[in-house]
Design a protein around this ligand. Structure first.
Ligand SMILES: *Cc1c(COP(=O)(O)O)cnc(C)c1O
Ligand SMILES: [Zn+2]
Length: 402
């Protein structure tokens, strides 16, 4: 590891990067790797580089400590002039994170976390998740030949269990309060020597920085005015903000975008805290949304996201299932099939244009965090049409309908 520290986002206490510290032991708030103030992009061709190599100056790894990769990241930024003109903004881009090894942005943070685990000599990794993070950690654990422990809730349906099980981790359905499991896992990790790469641990946040780095490169170092991020635990949004801020410190860009923290109305603890002008996020009661990937009722980085978005003059917003489903369909009509959580940014933009929180001169990037095939149950919520015809009549049938 390079000579760097891990710092508490709230009280500033410093920790060593050579051990695993998931949270601050003084104030329990999340930690982050010390900010990079000088650095540049490594020369080379992305067909032969990994994200950890290309952005090596922005990671605490030494050479030889970033060996494991499934070629995560380097995802496309897709412009839609159609949706930009429909919604009345200057330009609109979609960062399509479904083109990652396990079809969500989680692979970026998993890659950073697994390489940290390997360089510290860990032989066991784990996570608590019933969704994309579990799939991602299971895949990278398999690839790294590490013993991989995944805790899921006992009620997880088989269509979510099997995509984790296929990588053959130690997959345990835990009967009990799912909220407690996060903290339990950290204690078990300490006792059993398992590196838990949970939702907002420092190296997961580091991985998410590369979303910001790539957007800067893809937009010729003129970042968008607005970046919209579907937010649950808050680690991804923290990473994306940190990425833009580090590029600014290093002189690679001249300004940082405004950020939108977009949640589902059915589970919007950070948005609620903002509305009530609270400094701390409280547990959201009875969460229920189609966007399961952003259904964390008590986000571990919630307080830090509140602080950061306020400092940034950013926006908090919450979207109903109908708005999310409409956005999912609209996005598909542009050729991008997102899971409901990944469509939340487009739903947020529509709402924020309507109430004029975002103006028509804005350039906007939406983070499409995960792919649509992750949650096929959403198909039932759309009126999807097909036609049927006998083969003898097919020529006429098609002709009539063109
Ligand atoms: C994990 C996830 C999110 C939320 O990211 P956080 O870091 O928990 O805020 C959003 N969308 C998808 C598809 C995810 O898998
Ligand atoms: Zn602290």
């Amino acid at each position: 590891m390079k000579n760097t520290k891990i710092i508490c986002t709230n009280c500033g206490k410093a920790f060593s990067v050579d051990r695993v510290y998931p949270r601050c032991d003084l104030c329990t708030e999340p930690l982050e790797v010390e900010r990079v103030r000088t650095g540049t992009i490594t020369d080379g061709d992305i067909l032969r580089q990994t994200i950890l190599e290309r952005y090596a100056d922005f990671f605490p790894f030494s050479e030889g400590e970033r060996t494991l990769s499934l070629k995560e990241g380097f995802t496309p930024l897709i412009e839609s002039s159609k949706l930009a003109s429909e919604l009345g903004v200057k330009s609109l881009h979609f960062k399509n994170e479904s083109q990652n090894p396990t079809w969500s942005f989680k692979d970026r943070g998993t890659a950073a976390g697994v390489n940290h685990a390997l360089s510290l000599g860990y032989e066991r990794i784990g996570t608590v998740s019933s969704g994309n993070m579990a799939v991602s950690v299971a895949a990278y654990g398999a690839r790294a030949k590490l013993k991989t422990v995944i805790f899921v809730s006992a009620h997880i349906p088989p269509e979510k269990l099997d995509p984790i099980a296929i990588y053959d981790p130690l997959l345990i359905r835990v009967d009990g309060d799912y909220g407690d499991l996060y903290f339990q896992s950290l204690a078990i990790g300490k006792d059993c020597g398992i590196y838990f790469i949970n939702s907002d641990v420092p190296f997961r946040v580091e991985g998410s920085k590369t979303i910001a780095f790539e957007i800067c490169e893809e937009m010729n170092f003129e970042p968008p005015d607005i970046v919209i991020v579907p937010t649950s635990a808050g680690g991804n949004l923290r990473g994306i903000i940190k990425g833009f801020e580090e590029f600014l410190s290093c002189g690679l860009i001249e300004r940082v975008p405004r950020f939108v923290c977009a949640q589902a109305s059915g589970c919007s603890p950070i948005y609620e805290a903002f509305l009530k002008d609270n400094e701390k996020v409280s547990r959201f009661q009875n969460p229920d949304t189609i966007a399961h990937a952003i259904e964390n009722p008590f986000p571990p980085s919630g307080n830090e996201v509140l602080r950061k978005i306020k400092q940034n003059r950013g926006i908090f917003v919450a979207l109903g299932d109908d708005e999310i489903l409409r956005a999912q369909k609209r996005l598909a009509e542009e050729g991008i099939f997102a899971q409901p959580a990944g469509a939340v940014p487009l739903a947020a933009l529509a709402k924020l244009r309507e109430d004029r929180s975002i103006d028509e001169e804005s350039t906007v990037a939406c983070i499409v965090t995960g792919g649509g095939l992750k949650y096929t149950a959403a198909f039932e919520r759309h009126n999807l049409e097909t036609a049927k015809c006998r083969i003898e009549d097919l020529a006429d049938f098609v002709g009539d309908r063109l």
